[in-house]
Write a protein that binds this ligand. Structure first.
Ligand code: NAD
Length: 417
């Protein structure tokens, strides 16, 4: 069997490695470098910056190069052929790159997403997250348009580097898809660190170094030395030749079924290009789902249980349902503060909260939302509990090691009423 994979981000290269491990021949086509957005201009360089006290481009490149070497090693497999260039779908299961046509038993499109912008005058004066990662100087004043994941991570990083940061968010809360309680607490925690956050703010134009915006119909302006546009990402649909290949799509992304298959049999799409949750780990899980379907197998991957993390200071992470999503259900809610956790206090990380939501009647855990140190690591225990359908009682019966910050989840589970 032979699979053609377009795109070498986590959706593409991880699926290629897994296919090759199963003895399947793979043609992996990519226009950009191995690792895609995640490794080259997303998750990884941002986390490298999170660990610095000032932007250090050399260190950032070192981290990327080291990890790229790991992926290159993984791709050095006689079953994988790497092809550099822009792929064009030619209908059915054939794909063209630079005049050569490749035929496969299946095609997986994993071409990711690009930064979105606003249709406002002066939008071109703002930079996107990729350009932000290239800065060597710390701007004295940074204005971030968009209080989503990217906006808040850069706000947090550049505040630490010493910038005066203003975030302008269109919705009434930052992180609009997160639990409102958690989002409000994160906003307060960031404000305490000196980040000015304006919610319900409508940005209308950028003029020179000024961002013009309004709130409750009152006009405001924010002067900045650097303006970051972080209002979301859109699928990288262009130039794939989707219309001619007869593949259904909307501006939100390529339309797929639960097996990640498009309307054309044997052609699949995974990751940001499908416009769902734009997360690296979702892309690779979708790639596994597509591969399983291609191989005629089924799996138990539950796409409603997706842990997500925001690497602000403090960190935030969640999995499962928010309190808002449980509207109309009888729920039990438990909360535990970091300041009652021995390890957190001893380590000087006592700011934070863990919130657990469970179904009142069955006791099944539905959602966990954490704000505080190590939230992104602790969230996986919650993901396991939710994915396996654990009840509060079953979770309370699990012994947790002491002293650990993870005990904050146990304490929230125990306090659930
Ligand atoms: P996002 O959707 O998370 O946030 C965009 C924000 O911009 C939203 O809060 C939205 O309300 C706001 N916005 C939209 N229009 C606006 C306007 N006119 N004025 C002011 N604000 C406006 O998108 P993002 O932060 O750009 O991130 C893109 C994708 O990348 C997301 O899907 C995100 O999950 C993913 N990502 C994930 C991580 C992580 O997992 N740690 C990190 C970075 C990015």
């Amino acid at each position: 069997m032979r699979i053609i994979i377009i795109g070498a981000g986590p959706g593409g290269y991880e699926t290629a490695a897994e296919a090759a491990a199963r003895g399947i021949e793979v043609v992996l086509i990519s226009e950009g470098p191995l690792g895609g957005t995640c490794l080259n201009e997303g998750c990884i360089p941002t986390k490298a910056l999170c660990a610095m006290d000032a932007p250090d481009q050399e260190r950032k490149r070192e981290v990327i190069t080291q990890l790229q070497g790991g992926i290159a090693q993984l791709m050095r497999n006689k079953l994988i052929t790497l092809v550099e260039g822009r792929a064009k779908l030619c209908g059915g299961r054939s794909v063209e790159v630079g005049g050569t046509v490749y035929e496969g038993d299946a095609v997986i499109i994993a071409t990711g997403s690009v930064s979105a912008s606003l249709p406002i005058p002066g939008a071109e004066l703002a930079i996107d997250s990729a350009a932000m990662l290239e800065l060597s100087e710390v701007p004295q004043r940074l204005c971030v348009i968009g209080g989503g994941v990217i906006g808040l991570e850069f706000a947090s990083i550049y505040r630490k580097f010493g910038s005066e940061v203003t975030v302008l968010e269109f919705c009434p809360n930052v992180l609009p898809r997160f639990d409102v309680d958690l989002a409000k607490r994160l906003k307060a925690a960031l404000a305490k660190r000196g980040i000015a956050i304006e919610t319900s703010a409508r940005v209308t134009a950028i003029e020179g170094n000024k961002v013009l915006w309004s709130k409750n119909d009152k006009p405001f302006e924010t002067e900045a030395d650097c303006i970051l546009m972080a209002v979301g990402r859109r699928p990288n649909l262009k130039s794939l030749n989707l219309d001619e290949a007869g593949i259904e799509y909307t501006p939100r992304g390529i339309v797929v079924d639960s097996n990640m298959q498009t309307n054309v049999p044997g052609v699949y799409a995974v990751g940001d290009i499908t416009g769902g949750m734009m997360l690296a780990h979702v892309a690779s899980a979708q790639g596994r789902r597509a591969l399983h379907h291609i191989c005629g197998e089924s799996d138990g991957i539950d796409f409603s249980v997706v842990p997500a993390a925001v690497f602000t200071v403090p960190e935030a992470a969640c999995v499962g349902k928010t309190e808002e999503e449980c509207e109309g259900m009888e729920i039990a809610v438990g909360k535990a503060n970091y300041r009652a956790n021995g390890k957190a206090v001893a380590s000087g990380e006592a700011d934070g909260i863990c919130k657990v939501i469970a179904d009142k009647a069955s006791g099944r855990i539905l959602g966990v939302h954490i704000l505080g140190a190590h939230a992104a690591d602790i969230i996986h225990e919650a993901a396991v509990l939710i994915a396996l359908g654990a009840t509060l009682q079953q979770a309370r019966d699990i012994i947790h090691a002491h002293p650990t910050v993870s005990e904050v989840l146990f304490a929230a589970i125990c306090s659930c009423k």
